[in-house]
Design a protein around this ligand. Structure first.
Ligand SMILES: Cc1ncc(COP(=O)(O)O)c(C=O)c1O
Length: 375
């Protein structure tokens, strides 16, 4: 039986092995593994890639968010608005910063935050909005920025999933105060472990996060309150090699997404991903939804049984996790039915540049086989 895996990072490594190995070798020979020259080089490359003034490498994408909140002075007693069908870490970062997470619904089509729901959630305690570029597609940043400006709020883009994506007439980073990035293995730009970064044009946020990530220190033996959350130079070397390929890799993801969509558009039991006109959706994930929640696990089981490693992102909305909110501050404003439906019906099909046409077609054939048999 054909087997189609969910991840392609080993294939990706083999495809550009000499470039990655050369950078790893360079770091090993340099003798500088933490905050060394390779990190500095990668931070400069990442900032330039985004057309931003600053990029600070940190331990992971979650830390990037709460370090940004902390650098903005947002914490206890403050509220931060996001949506509940994102990866858990978005809310977790708000709680780590000590703030209250306020959840509003997502847009029924894009699954990103619905800007029309934000204003009713704003109180005098609201300090920031965290839109998530979910599945590889930018949230409606112009609408989010407009609301933020009207209420003097900060905006942090959670861009763990959409590096190199863009809106119809805006770039990532352009309409926010700071943008977090995650480099964990499976991300479009992933290293062989954990990593993250914060992008900003604000020199104050850059300087504060730079200090916070390194035990509150920018000078040997001189400290203030801080943490240890740095992007190791070995990871920076891997990422520097991969950054040169990210645009082409994302183009390939978009081609596989188009092939999936063409092959699945006749399915009667599924909703296919919605790409907003003019947006560059880089398909970190290709997520279909079953029309009925009861069909989701049936589709998932069918695919797994037939060799397709499908998964769910994310099958339990944050506010539906057991024990929510664990004594932390949380509010749900209005109906979050779209987010709950997304959690109940989502299925992610294998999506990575290194897939082959045969694999994509095999997945399409199995999904259509299930669709035909489904009642
Ligand atoms: C939307 C989103 N936010 C935040 C994170 C957290 O990133 P990390 O795992 O690097 O901490 C992730 C990924 O893991 C994510 O998908």
């Amino acid at each position: 039986m054909t087997q189609v895996g969910f991840y392609g990072h080993v294939r990706q490594y083999r495809n550009i092995q000499p470039e990655i190995d050369a950078n790893i070798q360079r770091v090993l020979e340099s003798g500088e593994y933490v905050q060394g020259p390779m990190l500095k080089q990668f931070e400069q490359e990442l900032a330039a890639y985004h057309g931003m003034a600053h990029a600070v490498g940190v331990g992971n994408g979650t830390d990037a968010i709460w370090l940004a909140l902390m650098a903005m002075g947002i914490g206890h007693g403050d509220e931060v608005i996001t949506h509940p069908n994102t990866f858990f870490a978005t809310a977790e970062a708000i709680w780590i910063a000590g703030a209250t997470a306020v959840f509003v619904d997502c847009d029924p089509k894009t699954k990103c935050i619905d800007p029309a729901r934000i204003e009713s959630a704003i109180t005098p305690k609201t300090k920031a909005i965290i839109p998530v570029h979910l599945y590889g597609q930018c949230a409606d940043m112009p609408a989010v920025r407009k609301i933020a400006d009207a209420h003097r709020l900060r905006v942090i883009e959670d861009n763990a999933q959409a590096i190199d994506a863009a809106g119809a007439d805006f770039r990532i980073g352009q309409l926010s105060d700071a943008t977090s990035v995650s480099f964990i293995i499976q991300k479009n730009l992933g290293t062989f472990g954990d990593g993250g970064a914060l992008l900003t044009n604000d020199a104050g946020i850059d300087a504060t996060v730079r200090k916070l990530r390194n035990h509150g220190s920018v000078k040997r033996n001189v400290h203030s309150f801080g943490f240890n959350s740095r992007l190791d130079d070995l990871h920076a070397g891997v990422l520097s090699a991969k950054l040169k390929h990210i645009h082409a890799w994302n183009d390939q993801r978009m081609q596989w997404a188009a092939r999936y969509t063409a092959g699945l558009e006749r399915a009667t039991h599924l909703e296919l991903p919605h790409a907003r006109p003019g947006y560059r959706h880089v398909f970190h994930l290709y997520v279909v939804e079953t029309k009925l929640p009861a069909e989701r696990d049936r589709l998932l089981d069918f695919l797994v049984t037939h060799g397709v490693d499908a998964k769910t992102h994310y099958s339990i909305a944050i506010h539906q996790q057991e024990g929510f909110p664990w004594g932390k501050g949380a509010r749900i404003v209005g109906s979050v039915a779209n987010a709950e439906r997304n959690a109940a019906t989502c299925v992610s099909l294998p999506m990575y540049p290194e897939l082959t046409a045969e694999e994509v077609d095999y997945v399409i054939a199995r999904v259509m086989e299930w669709d035909k048999a489904a009642k």
